[in-house]
Design a protein around this ligand. Structure first.
Ligand SMILES: NC(=O)c1ccc[n+]([C@@H]2O[C@H](COP(=O)([O-])OP(=O)(O)OC[C@H]3O[C@@H](n4cnc5c(N)ncnc54)[C@H](OP(=O)(O)O)[C@@H]3O)[C@@H](O)[C@H]2O)c1
Length: 327
């Protein structure tokens, strides 16, 4: 829980009432939940993004203090109870999904409508891996769809080793694009294993200066501006952003002027069908969640500090109860 916006240390563990599912809801006993950049940004009211963004953030999550005191969105667990109108799930089913901006997943239990973004956990996947699917997976899917990525187009993914980047590489391959991934030396083998056709080590080569051009540049970590990337875009090319107020303004401007577009549409929207698509891809062995570290629930502050280094590879997960792999 957290009662005020601030650094990771504002987080603490507190006993609260177990929620009771309504008739169309399931009560999920959470076994694992991701700690994401969105959790961190919300916890500090987006202070690092400047006053304007921070004010917008507070207007959504609570002006003086957070209205939702429990962070966490992406989760995996077991159905502990189900409302009388629930037909899709039964007690004991293993599920995964996201509560999105309702948060509440850094907890032992959460109620979710059965129509929400929740699905049966892919067979053979651990709770930790399943909790790590939706953050990068759904955000990358949203960006690639907004960017209208098509078969055989050339896409460069900057920050290919992050949560959104590792998902973006795999989903771009699913869309049959030609993928160039940009990461540091230590992550080259990982991004190759995710399906990247080419890899650029940014510690040795600046992709904006090598003369190559792309139909789409997906800045999955917000490290390269549109201005810096535009020379590497084909005519009609799209720059996909994941953060930054300036990108909202540029998206509006380039939608009317110029032939190279900034694509940045917030808030991201995703549905239960998107969760089911990720489940299908996992079961077809075309998608996997990359888990960098997992921490016991009690170490949420330490886990959060690590996420805030902006150096994680893929995802960071908290484990509740016993999260051992299950079939
Ligand atoms: N995840 C979310 O919930 C969410 C939602 C909406 C928007 N966003 C925004 O989306 C962006 C990505 O989020 P994320 O969670 O996917 O990030 P992340 O996992 O924290 O990204 C960390 C990765 O970025 C790599 N990296 C760091 N500096 C880099 C550079 N200069 N060039 C290329 N790669 C670099 C790091 O690898 P090395 O250390 O090896 O370089 C690390 O693997 C953030 O800007 C975030 O604010 C996130």
């Amino acid at each position: 829980m957290y009662d005020r916006y601030g650094p990771p240390e504002v987080l603490h563990i507190e006993e609260v009432e177990r929620p009771v599912p309504k008739e169309d809801e399931i009560l999920v006993k959470i076994r694992a939940a991701a700690v994401t950049r969105a959790d961190c940004a919300t916890r500090e009211a987006n202070r690092r993004s400047g006053l304007a963004v921070s004010l917008i953030s507070r207007s959504i999550s609570g002006i003086r203090r957070p209205k939702q005191r429990i962070l966490g969105s992406e989760l995996a667990g077991e159905v502990e109870a189900a409302g009388v109108a629930v037909t899709e799930f039964a007690v004991g089913d293993q599920v995964f999904g996201t509560s999105g901006f309702r948060f509440g997943a850094h907890a032992e239990f959460i109620c979710m409508r059965e129509s929400a973004r929740v699905a049966s956990k892919p067979a053979g996947m651990s709770f930790e891996e399943a909790a790590a699917v939706c953050d990068g997976g759904l955000n990358a899917l949203w960006c690639l769809r907004q960017g209208d990525l098509r078969k055989r187009q050339r896409i460069l993914i900057n920050g290919a080793s992050g949560a959104i980047g590792t998902a973006g590489v795999q989903l771009a391959k699913h869309f049959e694009a030609d993928v160039t991934a940009v990461c540091s030396t230590k992550n080259i083998e990982l991004v190759k294993s995710l399906g990247a056709d080419k890899v650029i080590d940014y510690t040795r080569e600046d992709f904006t200066k090598n003369g190559q051009t792309y139909d789409v540049i997906f800045d999955a970590v917000g490290k390269h501006s549109f201005m810096r990337c535009r020379g590497s875009l084909e005519r009609g090319g799209r720059y996909l952003a994941t953060d930054g107020l300036r990108n909202l303004i540029l998206a509006l401007w380039t939608s009317r002027f110029g032939d190279k577009k900034v694509v940045f549409s917030i808030p991201p929207r995703y549905s239960k069908n998107d969760v089911l698509l990720l489940k299908d891809l996992i079961e077809a062995q075309k998608y996997r969640a990359v888990v960098d570290r997992s921490y016991p629930f009690a170490d949420v502050v330490e886990a959060t500090r690590y996420v805030e280094t902006e150096q994680k590879t893929g995802n960071v997960v908290l484990t509740m109860f016993d999260s051992a792999p299950q079939s």
